[in-house]
Design a protein around this ligand. Structure first.
Ligand SMILES: NC(=O)c1ccc[n+]([C@@H]2O[C@H](COP(=O)([O-])OP(=O)(O)OC[C@H]3O[C@@H](n4cnc5c(N)ncnc54)[C@H](OP(=O)(O)O)[C@@H]3O)[C@@H](O)[C@H]2O)c1
Length: 249
């Protein structure tokens, strides 16, 4: 899995959505999926960042992506439903969904945690993936073999002091992943759902969480792509309901 070597056409003709596609791990994943043939739906809140990723994919000669500006903080249920209708009209189905967007919130004890920040983190990190999954399930069911990846965290499997709403939101993500892995495991077995913990990775979020750390000690998002490609492509058929780690322990 970690040393997986993806065939160049692994995701040819597949439609794959990535949230938080404008930076960090989401950007690397969007580019890796496109480089292996996918038409990527780039979802994120900062349009200029999505446009940069779009340009990079286009300049590399990979399938033309689509940009969906969406701020999960304020998006309403109907925005998700409209997105599903647009995708249905344009593509007819969805073959992959990487739930990757998240925010860190505060690093502080529960006793002092700001309730407004708590709600925001829970909404962006846990409720938005619920709303997006809910809207996309009919399109995922239309694929012959769809893969849904939820992005977890070490503190979403074993909480650590001062990680506050971020940790609790990632526990919720693990729960949602487990629920869906069972609910979508019908007789067709055409939608598989797993959670993936990237582990310490050189991104803006990591730098905010560990300001004193030397970023060079952590792998770049691009280094994690073998397992993202493995899970998104057909070589992971039958892998369902797993809690995986992008970096070997
Ligand atoms: N880096 C690590 O060490 C590490 C470890 C464990 C888990 N993770 C997880 O890995 C995932 C990717 O994180 P990262 O490290 O790549 O962090 P990042 O560089 O901060 O990327 C987070 C992405 O989420 C997007 N996003 C944030 N709030 C949003 C909102 N309200 N609506 C739409 N998009 C929003 C951001 O958009 P903007 O760029 O426009 O702000 C950004 O593209 C997250 O789920 C994170 O929890 C990371």
């Amino acid at each position: 899995m970690h040393d997986y070597q993806a065939p160049a056409d692994l995701l040819k003709d597949r439609i794959v959505m990535v949230t938080g596609a404008g930076s960090g791990i989401g950007r690397a994943a969007a580019k890796a999926f496109a480089a292996h043939g996918a038409t990527v739906v780039l979802v994120g809140r900062t349009v200029s960042k999505l446009e940069t990723v779009y340009d990079e994919i286009e300049a590399a000669g990979h399938p033309k992506p689509a940009i969906v500006p969406m701020n999960f903080e304020g998006a309403a249920v109907k925005d998700y439903e409209e997105l599903a209708m647009t995708l249905e009209d344009n593509f007819g189905q969805l073959d992959g969904l990487l739930h990757n967007a998240a925010i860190l919130g505060d690093r502080s004890p529960v006793e002092l945690y700001d309730p407004e920040t708590w709600n925001k983190v829970m909404h962006v990190n846990a409720t938005a993936p619920f709303l997006l999954s809910r809207a996309m399930i009919p399109l995922l069911r239309k694929s012959d073999a769809a893969s849904v990846i939820f992005t977890s965290s070490g503190v979403g499997r074993k909480a650590k002091a001062y990680w506050g709403a971020y940790a609790v939101s990632k526990f919720a993500v693990e729960g949602l992943s487990q629920l869906l892995s069972e609910e979508l495991d019908d007789e067709r077995h055409n939608v598989r759902v797993n959670s993936l913990n990237p582990g310490a990775t050189r991104t803006n979020m990591r730098a905010r969480a560990y300001p004193a750390e030397n970023p060079q000690q952590n792998p770049a998002p691009e280094d994690l792509m073998p397992i993202y490609l493995y899970l998104m492509g057909k070589d992971s058929l039958g892998v369902n309901g797993q809690q995986l780690d992008a970096q070997p322990k």
